[in-house]
Design a protein around this ligand. Structure first.
Ligand SMILES: Nc1ncnc2c1ncn2[C@@H]1O[C@H](COP(=O)(O)OP(=O)(O)O)[C@@H](O)[C@H]1O
Ligand SMILES: [Mg+2]
Length: 302
């Protein structure tokens, strides 16, 4: 079996990212021939004749059995076009282009979750001029400010009060008033901690708690620590439902701690990192993913 991973270049770093090292390791054990490409090496030629190959740096290359895009929120139009092209040529894609595109947009994915009755923080799309009274009435202060396409905690800001909120909005308005920003109810109970659940094929396979060293953001990439967290039926149900609603084969679901031991779905990621998760929990993520792909392809080995 042949698989391709689509990944952003990491030329600036001396070593391969953890996820790539792990995918390669497990692919080798499983007899999978795995190649990693950055989207830019592909030339998309749309024709009805050749449907067995694709141009890679100008040369026709035989199609793989499966494709695993790993660019998450950084999936550009070009990358998405590459994924769609391979899908159209019949390559089994985990995750699909539609699902990746859906979760890239934090507002759109919240709309789908809310439509399906899953608990989410109340969320408003920003428009200028800002109506601070409305924000105060419906979300209150402190309030969370987020870019729609952010990742790794980089586009998330907490405004403590009305003045700080207005200052931040002014800064955004003069810098780029076309930026797509959402405002979100601040879930106080979750300050500096949250849960990350990874789902494969809609099944919750591992859960960890992420705890920030300082500040309110619990992302592992922001320097927090992680520990295993006992999966409850509620956690399992929320994460599985969220990933299925998004149509994701593989997902990283962020859950916020709410009052009275409840949870709210913070966001869903299409290419979750799993270094922290494999450290915290006894789980082999690439192995589980390859196993799932084989099941989907009807190639299960015993
Ligand atoms: N509404 C919220 N209330 C409280 N904390 C939040 C809220 N939204 C996000 N956070 C915190 O900020 C972190 C990053 O937010 P998230 O929406 O997951 O963005 P990213 O895509 O950058 O990970 C979350 O893991 C959580 O710790
Ligand atoms: Mg997140």
């Amino acid at each position: 079996m042949k698989g391709w991973i689509l990944h952003l270049p990491w030329d600036d770093k001396p070593e391969d990212p953890y996820s790539i090292v792990r995918f390669r390791e497990e692919a080798q054990k499983d007899g999978i021939e795995l190649d990693v490409f950055r989207p830019e090496v592909f030339d998309l030629m749309v024709t009805r004749e050749d449907r067995k190959s694709i141009l890679v740096e100008g040369d026709a290359k035989e199609l793989p059995t499966f494709l695993m895009p790993r660019m998450g929120a950084q999936t550009t139009y070009f990358s998405l076009a590459v994924i769609r092209h391979l899908e159209r040529l019949g390559v089994h894609t985990v995750n699909s282009s539609v699902a990746i595109d859906t979760v890239k947009d934090k507002l759109y994915s919240q709309q789908i979750l809310a439509e399906n009755n899953l608990p989410v923080p109340r969320t408003i799309l920003v428009k200028f001029p800002i109506n601070a009274d409305m924000v105060e009435k419906y979300l209150g202060f402190p309030v969370i400010i987020k870019t729609i396409y952010g990742a790794q905690g980089k586009g998330v800001f907490l405004a403590d009060d009305r003045n700080q909120f207005l200052d931040m909005m002014q800064l955004i308005e003069v810098t780029n008033n076309k930026a797509n920003i959402i405002l979100q109810e601040y879930i106080e109970e979750s300050r500096g901690r949250d849960l990350r659940v990874v789902t494969i094929g809609g099944r919750s396979v591992a859960c960890m708690q992420r705890i920030a060293n300082e500040g309110f953001k619990a992302n592992f990439s922001q320097g927090g620590r992680v520990e295993p967290f006992q999966m409850t039926p509620e956690i399992e149900y929320l994460a599985s439902s969220a990933s299925r609603l998004m149509g994701l084969d593989i997902a990283g679901v962020d859950l916020l701690f709410d009052r009275e031991g409840r949870f709210k779905v913070c966001e869903v990621n299409s290419a979750p990192g799993f270094k922290g998760l494999e450290e915290a929990c006894e789980i082999n993520i690439p192995k589980e993913i390859f196993h799932y792909i084989r099941i989907r392809l009807g190639q299960i080995r015993r």
